[in-house]
Design a binder for this molecule. Structure first.
Ligand SMILES: Cc1cc2nc3c(=O)[nH]c(=O)nc-3n(C[C@H](O)[C@H](O)[C@H](O)COP(=O)(O)OP(=O)(O)OC[C@H]3O[C@@H](n4cnc5c(N)ncnc54)[C@H](O)[C@@H]3O)c2cc1C
Length: 313
């Protein structure tokens, strides 16, 4: 068991397929320091060609798809480590937490985990997301028998990970442990897996915010971008956001005025960051096209929607 003074990461995700990468995009974009481990048995690698993932009208080959989802987690700020996780254990009790991009980073973190890989590296994280469709064995050191179920095969009694161990939002009975895969009837299609990863990523963010002191009604986070043109009067909008925040703080809230004010201002800043100018949208769109083109090995055409003939047929 590691004795961490501070965690290396806020979130460690085991599995860099559609489920884990999607979870990482959400936690990374929120500003949680996230590592994604990816190696070992993969469902997606067994797929011949992906034809039913939305947004690829002619389908997409698995190598390109993997490259794109891995590019995406890295663009979201996650570390991507090509290593197999062998064990997840409980670690530390009162670690100080990592430096997140959160402007409200003042509350202490809870207990966490030590994640050990095949190459012998161990990192610590406040939260762990299991996103390995065929996996679960690496969670055994946590010692919760409820994770596993027995079944009969050819007269033999075998054990496997219980696909209903987590609730639908990915939470488990172990504080800080989430399961996004394997989950019954969810990871059967790639796009459903990505959806579940996103859902669990949001659960992680909600729980992080609750731990930071946000009242229940304010803990959910929306990763949305809005046109700045909707923000006619910024000062008035900020006042509205403050009012909205205060209206959701319960009467019996026991936070100090000072802490409440920190959280309110952090919330207001996050609301403001959702608004992007036309110029920013255009810059990001151009970068997005370049990124896609680089992965596809074609030239980017800055005229969106134009038929340059540069892409593959
Ligand atoms: C033969 C076959 C064909 C399929 N065809 C389609 C199809 O056409 N369309 C469709 O929508 N779905 C298809 N699927 C289903 C699809 O592959 C899954 O729904 C999807 O890949 C699940 O995503 P995932 O991220 O949960 O799991 P995976 O795709 O299995 O990804 C998990 C990742 O975690 C890594 N990993 C595992 N264990 C560890 C560990 N201990 N440490 C670190 N990393 C680890 C693996 O290397 C892998 O990259 C097919 C599946 C199979 C088996």
């Amino acid at each position: 068991m590691a004795d961490a003074a501070a965690f290396d990461y806020d979130v460690a995700i085991v599995g860099g397929g559609p489920t884990g990468c999607s979870a990482g995009v959400f936690t990374g974009r929120y500003g949680l320091d996230t590592v994604v481990f990816d190696r070992g048995r993969s469902s997606l690698q067994r797929c011949a060609y992906l034809e039913n993932y939305l947004g690829f009208p002619g389908g997409v080959d698995i190598e390109t798809f993997y490259g794109l989802i891995h590019d995406h987690v890295e663009a979201a700020g996650c570390d991507l480590v090509p290593d197999l996780v062998e064990a997840v254990e409980l670690a530390g009790g009162d670690a100080a937490g990592t430096e997140t991009a959160d402007t409200d980073d003042a509350a202490p973190a809870g207990p966490g985990f030590a994640v050990t890989t095949q190459s012998g590296e161990t990192v610590t994280a406040r939260r762990v997301v299991s996103a390995a469709r065929y996996g679960g064995d690496f969670l055994e050191p946590l010692g919760d028998d409820e994770m596993f179920v027995t079944y009969e095969h050819d007269g033999e009694t075998r054990t496997k990970f219980d696909r209903d161990y987590a609730d639908i939002e990915g939470r488990t009975s172990i504080d800080g442990l989430y399961v996004a895969a394997p989950v019954s009837e969810v990871n059967v299609q790639a796009i459903m897996s990505a959806g579940q990863g996103a859902r669990v990523g949001r659960s992680v963010i909600t729980d992080h915010r609750l731990e930071r002191g946000y009242p229940e009604d304010l803990a959910r986070h929306w990763d949305w971008l809005r046109p700045e043109a909707e923000l006619a009067d910024e000062a008035a909008a900020r006042d509205d956001w403050r009012e909205r925040f205060d209206s959701r703080v319960p009467d019996d809230c026991d936070l100090s005025e000072e802490r409440l004010s920190e959280l309110r201002e952090a919330d207001v800043e996050r609301q403001r960051e959702m608004y992007v100018s036309d110029e920013t949208v255009e810059t990001r769109a151009e970068k997005g096209r370049e990124r896609l083109a680089a992965r596809l090995g074609v030239a980017a055409d800055s005229e969106s929607g134009s038929d340059s003939g540069a892409g593959p047929e």
